[in-house]
Design a protein around this ligand. Structure first.
Ligand code: XMP
Length: 511
């Protein structure tokens, strides 16, 4: 790759991916590497424009804690140490790190030396985000203190000659005022970065690399209609055109019109696009099944079966393309095992497809970068901004046994809910919203008659990581309109409820 690169050495801190995102937001390419996985020799060879040490949960003076080869400071490559990384720099270069008399956690008033490289043009007093129990008690020789707080004498330090910089606080966290600007100053002033890494330039390089790697070979892709596999299909289409076969297994559990939308997005491209309408196969496999995990497992297995049946018709392919993205593969400096995404959430790799190698062209991108790449490649907005949708689709939003009739009811009701939220303009602020068909019937009255129909639940959540979530505070008048339309327009539903549980203790999905 020809663009400048920053290597982020990961010591297991909780904000490490955030550092990478900030660097990339500044228009500089970076990669995160666990500290155990890279040597000074390898860094010398890669010749990055700069190095960043992340935070971490340890104390540098414990023998079992992560350390770093002091040679790294002799490479002449600028280094920024953050939190544990700052302490590690101080400790390794002969400064003193100790347990702080007062630990700092959260927003902290900090005073800056505005002549310092990272704080030029900055306010003298500003809030930073702190999270530490140890602190740098004495700086190593040649370092100047560039920020402090009432209880932290070295909130930041620099050695301009050796291009070494450190912050005890976390500039990558939003609560640090102008934190991204500080990182940018490190990148530009210390590392000489030109900040011109864009999705357009990424696409160009990725396309050239794919062409070289694939040569005249055949590539197979399982297209789910989700953001990752769709963007991957677009990238491969641009790179190798008709050498790509994209198999879209339509399991029949997509939302209203979604299968047709996926087909429409790819139909006119110069690739082999295969849509398999496998609804009946899937419904058959799920007959009589109401246990959520059994549903998931059977859908995953059936997906592979359908995919394999189609793939076999192609004979040998050279490459299987996977939509793995960066968060799926980043291994924390604290962790021991790499986490690899299972094949599009659908139950592992196919056993009976004959291929030579797996390719994962999105493996270095974050989700929002994948979306930006999709936009740069000309994919429709709707596809690029699609909120997360589970692999098993509506099958896990129908409580109890799945039937064609229930699918029809849920699809129509869900479409109304989404349409109302989107038209009212509040959808963009909600991270996931959908309807769930409960397995419960209750009594209602419509016209002059008694009804005994299903209860539909609406679910809408705000979340940043999908690990915890809050229910969205949708205005009552919008909920009222949704309920009115759903009961009026969808036969089979006579009652609508709104789920007001947070996660935890509930989950986002009902199954
Ligand atoms: P929960 O329900 O666990 O959901 O709070 C968290 C996020 O994961 C999605 N989800 C799934 N995605 N296959 C998927 O691809 C699944 O089986 C699955 N189950 C939950 C859910 O939609 C939410 O975004």
């Amino acid at each position: 790759m020809s663009y400048q690169k920053i290597i982020i050495i990961d010591f297991g801190g909780q904000y490490n991916q955030l550092i990478a995102r900030r660097v990339r937001e500044c228009g500089v390419y970076c990669e995160v590497t666990p500290y155990r996985k890279i040597t000074v020799g390898e860094i010398r060879e890669e010749a990055p424009a700069g190095i960043i040490f992340t935070g971490g949960p340890n104390s540098v003076y414990l023998e079992s804690s992560p350390h770093i080869d002091p040679e790294i400071f002799e490479l002449g490559i600028p280094v920024l140490g953050i939190c544990y990384g700052a302490q590690l720099m101080a400790y390794t270069l002969g400064g003193k790190v100790a347990t702080a008399p007062t630990s700092e956690y959260g927003k902290t008033e900090t005073e800056f030396d505005t002549e310092a490289v990272m704080f030029g043009g900055h306010k003298k007093q500003a809030v930073t985000w702190m999270s530490h129990t140890d602190y740098i008690a004495e700086t190593p020789e040649g370092f100047k203190i560039t920020a402090h707080t009432p209880v932290c004498p070295v909130a930041a330090m620099e050695n301009r000659e050796r291009k070494l910089y450190a912050t005890q606080f976390h500039p990558e966290v939003n609560h640090t005022e102008n934190g991204t600007e500080m990182i940018k100053r490190f990148l530009v002033e210390a590392c000489g970065c030109t900040c011109d890494w864009t999705m357009g330039s990424f696409a160009e390089t990725a396309i050239a690399q794919l062409r070289e790697k694939v040569g005249g070979g055949k590539v197979l892709l399982a297209l789910s209609g989700g953001v990752d596999s769709s963007v991957l299909a677009a990238l491969l289409a641009k790179a190798i055109g008709s050498q790509l076969t994209a198999i879209f297994v339509d399991h029949g559990f997509m939302r209203k019109d979604e299968g047709d939308e996926v087909e429409a997005a790819f139909r006119d491209w110069d690739i082999n696009f295969v849509r398999v309408n496998a609804k009946n196969r899937f419904l058959g496999r799920l007959k009589g099944i109401s246990d959520p995990e059994t549903k998931r497992k059977r859908i995953g297995e059936e997906f592979i079966n359908v995919f394999e049946d189609e793939a076999k018709k192609l004979g040998r392919v050279d490459f299987l393309a996977q939509g793995t993205i960066y968060p799926d593969i980043i291994e924390s400096g604290a962790g021991d095992a790499a986490v690899i995404k299972s094949h599009h959430n659908v139950g592992g790799l196919p056993d009976h497809v004959d291929f030579k190698e797996i390719i994962e062209p999105l493996r270095l991108l974050f989700k929002d970068e994948v979306r930006a790449l999709g936009a740069a490649l000309g994919l429709p907005e709707k596809l690029v901004w699609r909120p997360p949708f589970p692999g098993p689709g509506l099958a896990i939003r129908i409580i109890g046994e799945i039937t064609e009739e229930k699918l029809e009811i849920l699809r129509d009701a869900d479409a109304i809910f989404r349409e109302e939220l989107e038209n009212s303009g509040i959808a963009r602020g909600i991270n996931q919203y959908f309807a769930v068909l409960t397995n419960m019937r209750s009594v209602g009255v419509m016209g002059d008659g008694r009804t005994y129909d299903y209860t539909l639940a609406l679910r809408a959540v705000t979340t940043s990581d999908f690990m915890t979530a809050d229910f969205a505070k949708i205005p009552y008048d919008i909920l009222e309109r949704c309920a009115g339309r759903i009961v009026g327009e969808v036969a089979g539903i006579n009652r609508v409820v709104y789920d007001v549980t947070t996660k935890p203790p509930a989950t986002i999905e009902w199954e």
